[in-house]
Design a protein. Structure first.
Lengths: 585, 110
């Protein structure tokens, strides 16, 4: 029984017994004994607690080190993509393409390289400078050498280059020449739709990549959408039709050259949806190599200037139909009402007269067909200035058009501050109010589509949010009939395209010069609607300073300039738009 | 017990090696897909560039003698009744019976 022998008795019996024998107080001994036992227990508990604390401490320390190690590893190691990702889920981080309404590419991306120099690594600065100047025509060997030997450690040589140039630069073989991969924006169609696309350039640049940012046109308007990685696989579809746009630009360019105009603009719009099928402005530029804004001269003469949406012009007689349409709408006249056109109308120093003398009186329909200023002014007087102002406002002629292009806000119409009775008369035949050709297209679209104002758009399949009626069905139909007569027997007789029943109105406005109007410079406009039996499209063509020099006298009126160009455009594009010709007889 | 531990360890080791191999294959595939995508986008750009309207116009002009391509115009459209369809086949006498029966059927429907 080893256990019992080791057991210490609770009471120190030996001492108690001997104390009893001596007659002493045994309680004192017992108390001492209890105290000693307590001390023992306390000590062992303390030891055990300390031991536990130590173990716990070590455990926490290990944990701490493990976490610290992991954090350190995560921070120090190169980030890598998860390897087991599915192939389809990988994100193509590049700017989205821009495609036309049939999915043909208007803008896409290409891999290219930038060229930069780390001067510290250059072995032969002089030889490299000379060789580089040979590869790139626009570089100068002398200034390159100065840069290489100057204080700078790093400099860009080329932001983008062709593979051939890259090979040539590589063949120079200097270790200081470095290539950085990057993406660039490519417009495969060159000049086509240059103003709509705008252009792109590099934003923040690094040696491993560079940010491509839109600088103008829809590239700028939709910059965020195009850069959004979530939608990078989805191209931005615009309403333009590549082949129609090409045909319009080609014919317009030919017409501009033939008629010695210094600029031209054309707009083709779907009258129901407001989609712009073609939007051209000449002269244009190559968005792949967008020119710098002009530092001198007039901004309006720069190729960057978009005449169709930025250029505000007095659009002349094309406006007459709005005065007549409003008079019809208000019930003031019918197409057969006879109006006194004896003139000229004198208003202070100002005189309103007609291009030709058309006799004493004309019906409202003939005022449009023959384009009588006096007749239109008389009708405008019946309408009154407030009503005219409200009507033109409802057609959008007083505000910039909210088109999806940054440049559109620049197309703010110009009107005189006080809309006097004289203004009412002159504005009725298109003088005293300057607007863009796009404004005119919107106005004509309202006549073509049965009286609704449309909002032009550059995006495909954007349905009109709300259709806002500005004219009654009957007024629109009567106005359209008059516009058709202008082509069949009026000022736009050259505009007839067999099969496509063109309706439209010419406008020839003298250009404002210094102080007064120029006598030999005009803006010739033809706003047309086709086909008249079922209007689908509106085409506005404007020529800046055209002059037909084939006859004895130079001819500048729209009937001789803008109208034949429009007719040729319609002849070319109507089949492309899928319109089947209908011959009326 | 000890054998089981060895066995499981060996299995785990094997799986680890195989996973790593598969990952390497997947990575190669990713690289290949990336390269293919890149090539595809370049080809698309090339296609768009080769088919740009100005080039097609030039080609049509250059090859006018052989192809005689002109822009589509209103005169190129025609109506279906202007198309010269082949003449209907001659009717054999033996088919007449069928026509008679068909006519009779129509009359009955009336």
């Amino acid at each position: 029984m080893t256990d019992t022998s080791l057991r210490t008795p609770l009471r120190p019996l030996g001492q108690i017994l001997s104390a009893r024998a001596k007659g002493e107080d045994t309680r004192k001994i017992e108390r001492e004994n209890i105290k000693r036992r307590h001390d023992d227990t306390k000590e062992s508990t303390l030891m055990r607690a300390q031991g536990r604390l130590l173990v716990l401490g070590i455990m926490f320390l290990c944990l701490y080190f493990a976490i610290a190690l992991r954090i350190g590893l995560l921070a120090a190691s190169e980030p890598s993509e998860p390897k087991s990702q599915r192939a389809g889920a990988s994100i193509v981080a590049q700017r989205a393409d821009i495609v036309d309404r049939r999915g043909r590419i208007l803008a896409t991306n290409m891999d290219t390289h930038s060229l930069y120099v780390e001067t510290a690594h250059l072995v032969d600065p002089e030889g490299t400078a000379i060789a580089l100047a040979e590869v790139f025509d626009d570089l100068d060997a002398k200034s390159l050498f100065e840069d290489f030997t100057g204080k700078r450690k790093f400099l860009w040589i080329k932001r983008k280059m062709s593979p051939e140039q890259m090979q040539a630069a590589h063949d120079i073989g200097d270790p200081g020449l470095r290539f950085g991969p990057r993406e660039m924006r490519l417009y495969p169609n060159g000049h086509l739709a240059a103003h709509v696309l705008g252009g792109a350039s590099f934003g923040r640049e690094g040696v491993h990549a560079a940010e491509v940012v839109g600088v103008a046109g829809i590239e700028k308007t939709f910059d965020e959408r195009l850069r959004d990685p979530v939608q990078s696989g989805k191209p931005l579809q615009v309403s333009l039709d590549l082949s129609v746009q090409a045909a319009v630009e080609q014919v317009l360019h030919g017409g501009m050259k033939l008629l010695n105009a210094k600029g031209a603009a054309a707009i083709l719009m779907d009258v129901h949806s407001g989609e712009l099928i073609a939007l051209a402005s000449l002269p244009d530029f190559d968005p792949n190599n967008r020119p710098k804004p002009p530092s001198k001269g007039q901004a309006a003469d720069s190729p960057l200037f978009n005449r169709s949406i930025q250029g505000v012009y007095e659009l002349g007689s094309t406006f007459k139909i709005f005065a007549v349409a409003q008079a019809l709408e208000l019930g003031l006249v019918t197409p057969e009402t006879i109006v006194d056109i004896r003139g000229p109308i004198r208003w202070g120093k100002f005189k309103i007269s007609d291009y030709h003398n058309y006799g004493k009186e004309l019906s409202v329909s003939d005022i449009i067909v023959k384009s009588s200023n006096i007749g239109t002014a008389r009708i405008a007087t019946m309408i009154g200035s407030t009503a005219q102002q409200n009507f033109l406002g409802s057609l959008g002629f007083l505000e910039p058009i909210p088109l999806e292009m940054v440049e559109a806000s620049g197309g703010k119409p110009l009107v005189q501050d006080n809309w006097s009775d004289l203004s009412t008369m002159t504005i009725s035949y298109g003088h005293g109010l300057s607007a863009t050709p796009l404004h005119l297209a919107v106005g004509y679209a309202a006549i073509a589509n049965g009286g609704y104002k449309v909002t032009p758009t550059l995006l495909a399949d954007r349905s009109q949010a709300e259709r806002h009626r500005v004219l009654s069905d009957d007024t629109a139909a009567a106005s359209l009939k008059m516009l058709r007569s202008v082509v069949t027997k009026g000022t736009a007789s050259m505009g007839d395209v067999p099969g496509y029943a063109v309706a439209g109105k010419t406008g020839t406005a003298d250009k404002p010069g210094k102080g007064s109007y120029e006598t030999d410079k005009v803006i010739a406009t033809f706003a047309s609607i086709f086909p008249a039996y079922d209007p689908k499209y509106v085409l506005v063509v404007a020529l800046d300073e055209p002059e037909d020099r084939t006859g004895d006298q130079p001819r500048r009126t729209a009937g001789w300039t803008a109208v034949p160009v429009s007719a040729e455009i319609i002849r070319r594009i109507a089949p492309l738009l899928g319109l089947v010709p209908q011959f009326e007889n | 017990m000890f054998g089981a531990v060895i066995g499981i360890a060996y299995w785990a080791y094997q799986e680890n090696i195989r996973t790593k191999q598969e990952l390497a294959v997947a990575e190669d595939l990713q690289t290949a897909i990336g390269a293919a995508r890149n090539r595809l986008s370049i080809l698309r750009a090339e296609w768009a560039y080769q088919n740009r309207p100005s080039r097609l116009q030039d080609l049509a002009d250059l090859n006018f003698e052989n192809l005689q391509l002109t822009p589509l115009r209103a005169e190129h459209f025609s109506r279906v009744d202007e198309v010269g369809f082949p003449a209907p086949p001659k009717i054999n006498l033996s088919d007449l019976e069928i026509v008679e029966i068909a006519q009779r059927g129509e009359n009955e429907n009336d």
